[in-house]
Design a protein around this ligand. Sequence first.
Ligand SMILES: Nc1nc2c([nH]c(=O)n2[C@@H]2O[C@H](COP(=O)(O)OP(=O)(O)OP(=O)(O)O)[C@@H](O)[C@H]2O)c(=O)[nH]1
Length: 313
Amino acid sequence: MTKRVEVAAGVIFRRDGRFLLGQRAPDTFYAGYWEFPGGKVEPGESPPDALVRELDEELGIRVQAVRPWITREHLYEHAHVRLHFFEVADWEGELHDHVHSALSWERVEAPEVGPMLPANGPILKALRLPRWMGITHAVDIGVARQLELLDAALAGGLRLIQVREPGMAVSELRAFAAEIVTRARAFGASVVVNGNAALAAETGADGVHLSAAQLAVLGARPALEWVGASCHTRAELERAADLGVDYAVLGSVQPTATHPGQAALGWERFAELIRGLPMPVLALGGLVRADMARARAAGAHGIAAIRGSWDQS
Ligand SMILES: Nc1nc2c([nH]c(=O)n2[C@@H]2O[C@H](COP(=O)(O)OP(=O)(O)OP(=O)(O)O)[C@@H](O)[C@H]2O)c(=O)[nH]1
């Protein structure tokens, strides 16, 4: 039987947004491959405690706070590992590496070192997922106004847009989505189209955002770069994980005008529902920019919002 190993690893961010990778030393498994700093969880230890200890032992840094992020399992020749990835934003001290052959600060958009440990491909992709998703609502505010607000948001740093226009005629939606893709491209932003993989492909969008209903019946992951899904329950999140989606959106965290009367989850329940999932989760529902720290402390990768994305106040 393959040995089971629990591992805690950290995505350590520097002030300029770069994150740290270490190259595995000679005489270890996968020598020369790059990894996130971290190591095995000891008996009786929690994964966050293990990470704080490992980062002290390996790098000589003191970590103030870690945020849960993604948990992935991988079957290596030598062990079946469960990797608990955390984000480490608050740390102090000078790096003194004791275990790696080299360290490198990388950009999330395009890490340059390699090869990477086999389990880490999806982790690097998850890091490329922007922290904020703007969801369109031209059916409420009009196409012209939505495009105007989109331009302002792109100029302000928005890098992920979901085209979601329930009720819009398909011909109008095709033109609208194509226009969003053109404008997003100019800023290097990505676009996913809600509920329609064919339209996404046709308009040159980067992916599709599946509704919970589609998620329930789909046999396989659509062949697009980004596939995400709307979820409301743990069962839906697990189904999304099984389908191999790149991200999920879970809500509503707070009461929202889009679904009046729907019970809000609150942050505690949100954190509970997403625990241990293998993909990043965006929090949805009545959220604004000021909620980002709270969302990430709860384990969210970031936030998805309709109104909160376009309000200019
Ligand atoms: N630290 C770290 N380990 C990772 C990552 N990705 C990944 O698959 N792993 C796996 O998780 C395990 C980490 O264990 P480790 O670093 O404590 O131990 P090791 O293999 O060097 O062996 P040893 O501690 O027995 O000498 C290894 O099997 C490693 O291949 C990652 O990004 N960071």
